[in-house]
Design a protein around this ligand. Structure first.
Ligand SMILES: O=C(O)CCC(=O)C(=O)O
Length: 297
């Protein structure tokens, strides 16, 4: 039996990537995660970007768990992205049996309507935003190695629900030993459109380490009303966040919210299956091959 076939059989029976994913989920003490991720970083490609003029932003991200990125994307690019997605269908990742639907007319049960990875990759600016020089410099300063783009998503959050679903309650993401998410609002987001919520500095907090959803009461009892940061802002509002910290995407009270998100980590996310897309050379130009390897051929 050739080594290749043998490897394939072993990988089918014993999916190492999932083992890695579930092992890191056992490590919920931020200090332990830090020690182990330092070891993991030793065998990963080094960043070839310096933090340069963004040292202060990198420090803010490290200390507070988030940093605002003013003027990250020009207004006309937001409009072009909104136009692009206005012609595309979505699905409900928590209820795939609904199939694909126009996000203007979602099924009554749908809280979040997600665009396909293919539509996101082929959109006019997703890859450009995800590979923005400022973003990668800050992210790589935090990761300590070259970033792996491990998730790229765009979804509508839809109002009209009384009880939160999944990520609409406070939780920690425990996706890899180190990771950071980029958020870009494609619609204006006020109190009625489900602003993203985060507990500053909670990425280092020793409590709330059981992997589960936490109620608003539990979080408010610990951190108070003023301990929660709500990210309201006009379209184009952008920030980086360490979502190992406690966070949620709230149920919009009245208005819909369109969000673009990219995730950067040390490794591929072990639960995800990636099938890199072949894009035209023009689109790939200037993009780091390693960083984008899970999405682009
Ligand atoms: O919808 C949001 O604002 C946050 C979603 C979330 O919890 C996440 O991306 O980890």
């Amino acid at each position: 039996m050739s080594k290749n076939i043998f490897q394939k059989i072993i990988y089918r029976i014993y999916p190492l990537k999932r083992l890695g994913f579930f092992s890191q989920r056992l490590l919920t003490n931020p200090l332990h995660r830090d020690v182990i991720s330092k070891l993991a970083c030793k065998r990963l490609p080094k960043s070839d970007l310096s933090v340069g003029p963004y040292e202060k932003d990198a420090k803010l991200l490290q200390t507070n768990g988030y940093v605002m990125l003013d003027d990250l994307v020009p207004h006309n690019e937001i409009e072009q992205m909104v136009d692009w997605f206005s012609t595309k269908l979505t699905n409900d990742r928590y209820n795939e049996s609904e199939g694909f639907f126009d996000p203007l007319y979602p099924p009554a049960s749908c809280h979040t309507a997600s665009f396909s990875t293919e539509d996101i990759l082929r959109s006019p600016h997703a890859l450009k935003w995800a590979n923005d020089d400022r973003v990668l410099r800050i992210v790589e300063a935090e990761l300590g190695v070259k970033a792996t783009l491990s998730n790229i998503s765009t979804w509508w959050s839809i109002p009209g629900h009384d009880t939160p679903q999944a990520a609409e309650s406070f939780h920690r993401d425990v996706d890899d030993l180190r990771f950071i998410k980029l958020f870009v609002y494609l619609t204006d987001v006020d109190d009625e459109s489900g602003p993203h919520a985060f507990i500053p500095k909670s990425q280092k907090h020793m409590g709330y380490r059981t992997i589960r959803r936490y109620s608003d009461e539990e979080i408010k009892n610990e951190f108070g009303d003023t301990g929660i940061k709500y990210f309201t802002g006009t379209k184009g509002t952008a920030f980086l966040e360490n979502t190992f910290g406690l966070h949620k995407g709230q149920i919009p009270k009245k208005k819909r919210r369109l969000l673009f998100q990219a995730q950067y980590s040390l490794h591929p996310i072990g639960l995800s299956d990636y099938s890199p897309t072949r894009l035209s050379d023009g689109t790939k130009e200037g993009l780091d091959q390693y960083t984008n390897r899970l999405y682009i051929k």
